[in-house]
Write a protein that binds this ligand. Structure first.
Ligand SMILES: [Zn+2]
Length: 80
């Protein structure tokens, strides 16, 4: 069963998702719960953050800055 991990800041979200970019990731949003999510299809893990938490902790700017070190040439295509 997929392990769900709740995250509470945009930076932590990027740091959680980053190591999995090379594994193969897919969007795993939970619209009814208003959660943004990314799942790693290799590790069977799902990382989720609420939209207000994401926006309130730096939003896309913080996410992009924190995810950048994890992106190789390969990682870019799996960017959510
Ligand atoms: Zn993984």
């Amino acid at each position: 069963m997929t392990q769900s991990i709740r995250i509470h800041s945009a930076k932590e979200y990027a740091e959680a998702v980053g190591p999995h970019l090379a594994h193969g990731t897919e969007r795993a949003d939970d619209i009814p719960k208003r959660l943004l999510g990314v799942a790693c299809t290799s590790c069977d893990k799902r990382f989720q953050i609420s939209i207000p938490e994401f926006k309130g902790t730096g939003d896309l700017d913080a996410y992009q800055a924190a995810i950048e070190p994890f992106k190789g040439a390969e990682g870019k295509k799996s960017e959510a």
